[in-house]
Design a protein around this ligand. Structure first.
Ligand code: HEC
Ligand code: HEC
Ligand code: HEC
Ligand code: HEC
Ligand code: HEC
Ligand code: HEC
Length: 276
């Protein structure tokens, strides 16, 4: 929730805007200038490289080491979410995994890949790579981002990258499992059709596609912790709760394209949702 601190003002603005929607019906034309002024103030509008980039400092600081900087953008281009959040057991709540040096040196968490074969090693040795993770500053990482993002399809928010499109057009090919033994379950036939959401009254025009998410995520990423598995079973499924980082906002305020990008979920919304 740290990204949301000190942001009561825009929450109020968004809630006001939504009340307008409720009165007019969602598919009616938006007051464009009003919408643009509101979404410009929504917090995830930081520099593109910073979206989904986490600073891990609690333990490092105690040990007198610089904070560790973990960039989702570089890692998700190589691996799907399920590799880290299912197979390797990283939590989707910042700080929640509680990674210690003894764990990753033994090959858990970051150490599963940073072993000197797949990626630079976490081990002590003649060549030490400590400062590649325990960064004194992020200049190098920012430079790396510019090069990385250059050729990828553009989106207005988040990382400034349309990740779905990048996968579809083959510009990135994230690996789906670290170990080849891991079998990937099939998406049941009846979940292939996009489903209409609508727990909040009146209903919005949002549909949810299991198929679009299945490429990156297993069922357990969402059920039962984030969403009730019963259709329309999710309680208090409002935009406000989403913006506070619940439900869709668990991912769509932190790593996947943020809630600012109205049209990607509300496909029938009219008006220009992109501030130019
Ligand atoms: C290479 C590993 C890796 C991959 C791939 C990965 N993550 Fe993460 N993710 C992490 C780590 C590490 C954390 C921080 C965990 C901690 O602090 O305990 C994290 C944290 C998160 C958080 C919480 C962030 C916050 O600010 O609170 C979300 C949400 C998340 N990941 C979603 C995703 C999604 C969605 C994908 C796929 C698009 C993904 N992750 C891919 C390793 C990964
Ligand atoms: C699933 C495999 C995997 C996991 C897990 C993983 N990494 Fe990486 N990481 C890589 C690969 C591959 C590279 C790029 C190769 C290289 O630079 O040697 C990389 C590169 C990096 C870089 C260089 C800058 C960048 O972002 O490209 C940093 C910093 C980094 N990882 C930090 C971490 C931290 C911190 C963790 C644990 C919280 C972690 N990684 C977990 C595979 C992984
Ligand atoms: C692949 C990334 C990576 C590399 C390389 C790395 N570390 Fe870490 N280190 C981490 C992460 C992640 C944490 C946990 C950060 C936190 O939560 O504060 C950590 C924490 C630590 C801590 C505190 C851990 C504890 O258990 O209390 C020490 C000490 C440490 N690292 C030393 C080193 C040294 C020395 C090196 C080089 C030989 C090194 N690290 C290389 C990722 C890395
Ligand atoms: C990641 C997907 C996503 C994005 C992006 C998104 N919404 Fe929503 N929105 C939802 C969901 C889910 C609901 C609730 C669905 C339901 O129960 O009908 C919703 C509901 C709403 C409602 C109905 C009232 C309510 O609170 O339930 C309004 C109005 C609304 N959104 C406006 C917006 C605006 C304005 C933006 C851009 C700033 C936006 N949405 C971006 C997913 C999204
Ligand atoms: C990215 C999040 C996400 C993932 C991953 C996910 N689901 Fe869902 N699922 C949802 C949402 C959102 C709903 C609608 C909840 C509501 O309406 O309250 C839903 C609803 C369902 C329903 C009810 C559908 C109906 O028509 O009655 C079933 C069954 C279901 N999911 C099964 C699965 C299975 C099996 C998987 C893995 C193959 C899976 N889900 C993966 C988010 C997800
Ligand atoms: C567990 C994480 C997670 C949750 C929860 C989640 N999503 Fe997503 N979603 C993703 C990722 C990752 C992508 C790939 C695109 C990206 O990262 O920007 C994605 C893609 C999408 C896309 C495709 C966009 C496009 O242009 O192709 C839509 C639409 C979408 N999500 C809507 C929703 C809605 C609505 C909800 C809530 C009902 C939701 N998502 C919940 C992770 C999540």
């Amino acid at each position: 929730m740290k990204i949301l601190s000190g942001s009561k003002q825009w929450i109020t603005a968004v809630v006001l805007l939504m009340s307008t929607f409720l009165l007019c019906g969602i598919s009616q034309a938006l007051d464009r200038s009003e919408l643009v002024s509101i979404i410009k103030t929504i917090p995830p509008n930081g520099p593109f490289w910073k979206y989904g980039t986490l600073e891990m400092r609690r333990r490092a600081k105690k040990a007198g080491m610089p904070a560790v900087v973990f960039a989702h953008w570089s890692h998700r281009a190589r691996y799907t979410c399920r590799v880290c959040h299912e197979e390797l057991g990283f939590s989707m709540r910042a700080g929640d995994t509680g990674i210690s040096r003894s764990q990753y040196v033994a090959g858990k968490y970051c150490g599963a890949c940073h072993d000197g074969v797949t990626a630079f090693t976490v081990q002590e040795g003649v060549v030490r790579h400590c400062d590649k993770c325990h960064m004194k500053d992020t200049k190098e990482l920012q430079k790396q981002f510019e090069e990385f993002a250059g050729d990828l399809p553009f989106a207005t928010f988040g990382n400034g990258i349309d990740w779905s499109e990048a996968i579809k057009n083959g510009s990135i090919r994230p690996q789906n499992a670290l170990t080849s033994e891991k079998s990937i379950v099939q998406l049941p036939e009846k979940l292939k059709l996009p489903m209409k959401l609508g727990t909040a009254a009146p209903r919005s025009d949002v549909t949810f596609s299991h198929e679009e998410h299945f490429f990156e995520l297993d069922c357990s990423a969402c059920h039962p912790d984030i969403f009730n598995i019963k259709k329309k079973g999710t309680k208090a499924f409002t935009m406000e709760n989403n913006i506070y980082g619940n439900y869709c906002g668990v991912c769509h305020m932190r790593v996947a394209f943020p809630m600012n990008d109205c049209k990607r979920c509300h496909s029938q919304m009219t008006g220009n949702s992109s501030p130019k």
